[in-house]
Design a protein around this ligand. Structure first.
Ligand code: GLU
Length: 485
């Protein structure tokens, strides 16, 4: 059997992390089994159409290396299957179900349905379609069709009994039909199939062997199985996935900015780190390995190691993964990736990015934090002179007020403003003057940066700032300290 899986998102305009993880597992499972992975956009709900939403799905998957294997030709590339473009496929199947008694025309108007729904609610019942139109005679139906009366096609669902099926993660499932079944609409008034119907027809037509999706579909699955059985089609294997949660009681949320793939990319997380970590949210490789390339994931992926309990998406853990991925980047790749983030704070300042990148790589956990970490190079922050006081560095306002003019004199005479030249001029001079390195270098770094923690030390910062700006900042600090005396 050739394994075939599909990712079947409804285009909402965003890629939820739970959805991305589903796509990842579908991809891994197909590849692991030398099968095929396809992408199908479930967009038959035209009222919920979102401009550009398909591109978001398309670009996210491609960007993450979750590449589908087939689809309509779009200029030498595979496009996804798009259900709205396949509209004509579904009606004949619905008519087939009408002939076999598994479906029927329904001519009830919205007003009639609303009135019956209200009446049911008034009785404290939840409204389910009451099979009203199932009892129309063939003549009545034909007359309405001939008169062009708008209709939907509904599934003729069983009201009694129990539906069972097996899920590869959740085991044997069983649902009373009275709870889970309902005469759901298969074809809408506009001729479009509903999501529920198109999903089943397409899974069959596309020979999907394993349906992998979120556990919110566990209780709808009996309805889909009813359709498979009505057609006499083979039911696929089911793999339902537990929800991805922020913690035991909270879902990832749009409001908290932690639900969507784009939230994390915008904050400067790496796709590779995100995919690596997402794979482990709800699945484990059976040993303590944590770092995997996509090929390695394919190699080790095993459905029997999927968890039944919710996957906790821990942002701190993701950040840790991200920092590790950054540390493992080549310096060239880091420079290329960090450049737009440097630009946010430093564009046009003539800073040596290559040198700054060397200082920053080991300190970068998330690229989005980089602009704030380097902004002091573009603009000296407002700072308080108490920063000059540091017991451990044997620095006080007095020692600093003395050290900075000393630094200025030595540094201003260095002909070639390079890190080593600055170092080689100042360090011996400190010794000669009988001073301590810490007592001089501490105020120098504070004067140059205006902040406590910096990437790199005094000489590196002085080099990055250049002669003029460095001396200007030292002068400012001297003035500040002077004014405080
Ligand atoms: N279109 C459905 C969704 O976005 C797909 C469910 C399924 O995979 O069957 O959730």
């Amino acid at each position: 059997m050739l394994v075939r899986t599909r990712f079947a998102p409804s285009p909402t305009g965003f890629m939820h992390l739970g959805g991305l993880r589903t796509a990842l597992y579908e991809y891994l499972f197909a590849k692991k089994n030398h099968g095929k992975f396809i992408l199908r956009i479930e967009d038959t709900d035209q009222e919920r159409y979102v401009e550009g939403a398909t591109e978001v799905i398309y670009d996210t998957l491609r960007g993450c290396g979750i590449v589908w294997d087939e689809g309509p030709d779009i200029g030498g590339d595979y496009g996804p299957y798009i259900q709205s473009e396949r509209k004509a496929e579904y009606l004949p199947y619905a008519k087939q179900l009408i002939r076999s008694g598994h479906a029927y025309y329904c001519f009830c108007t919205k007003e009639e349905l609303d009135a019956r729904r209200q009446a049911a609610e008034a009785r404290g019942e939840t409204f389910k379609y009451d099979k009203h139109c199932l009892h129309l005679s063939p003549e009545e139906i034909q007359a309405k069709l001939d008169a062009g009366t708008p209709y939907v096609i509904r599934m003729n669902a069983p009201t009694e009994g129990v539906s069972t099926y097996h899920d590869l993660v959740f085991g044997d499932m069983s649902f009373p039909n009275s709870d889970t079944m309902d005469d759901m609409v298969l074809i809408k008034q506009d001729g479009m199939p509903t999501y529920n119907f198109a999903n089943v027809i397409d899974d069959h037509l596309m020979n999907i062997t394993h349906v992998i999706r979120g556990m919110e579909y566990l209780s709808s699955t009996p309805r889909y199985n009813f359709l498979y059985e009505a057609f006499g089609w083979e039911i696929p294997q089911y793999i339902h996935l537990p929800t991805v949660m922020r913690d035991a009681t909270h879902k990832l949320s749009k409001r908290d900015g932690d639900a969507y793939y784009s939230d994390f990319i915008d904050k400067g997380y790496l796709k590779e780190a995100l995919i690596n970590y997402l794979a482990l949210v709800g699945w484990n490789p059976g040993d303590d390995r944590e770092f995997f390339t996509m090929d390695e994931l394919i190699e080790v992926f095993d459905v029997s190691r999927l968890n039944k309990s919710p996957g906790i998406f821990d942002i701190d853990k993701l950040t840790w993964f991200n920092a590790e991925y950054i540390r493992r980047m080549s310096p060239e790749k880091y420079l290329e990736t960090v450049t737009p983030w440097f630009d946010q704070a430093l564009q046009g300042r003539g800073i040596d990015y290559r040198h700054l990148a060397e200082l920053m790589q080991a300190r970068t956990e998330v690229f989005g934090r980089v602009p704030d970490m380097v902004r002091f190079l573009a603009e000296l922050p407002e700072y308080d002179i108490s920063l000059f006081e540091n017991k451990k560095q044997k620095s006080s306002l007095e020692t600093s007020a003395e050290a900075l003019p000393f630094c200025r004199t030595i540094l201003s005479e260095v002909p070639d403003w390079q890190e080593t030249a600055l170092h080689d001029a100042l360090i011996p001079a400190i010794a000669e003057a009988g001073k301590k390195n810490a007592t001089v270098l501490w105020p120098l770094r504070i004067a140059l940066s205006g902040q406590l923690s910096t990437p790199g030390g005094a000489f590196e910062i002085a080099y990055l700032l250049g002669r003029q700006e460095s001396l200007r900042r030292i002068d400012l600090a001297i003035e500040k300290l002077h004014a405080a005396q």
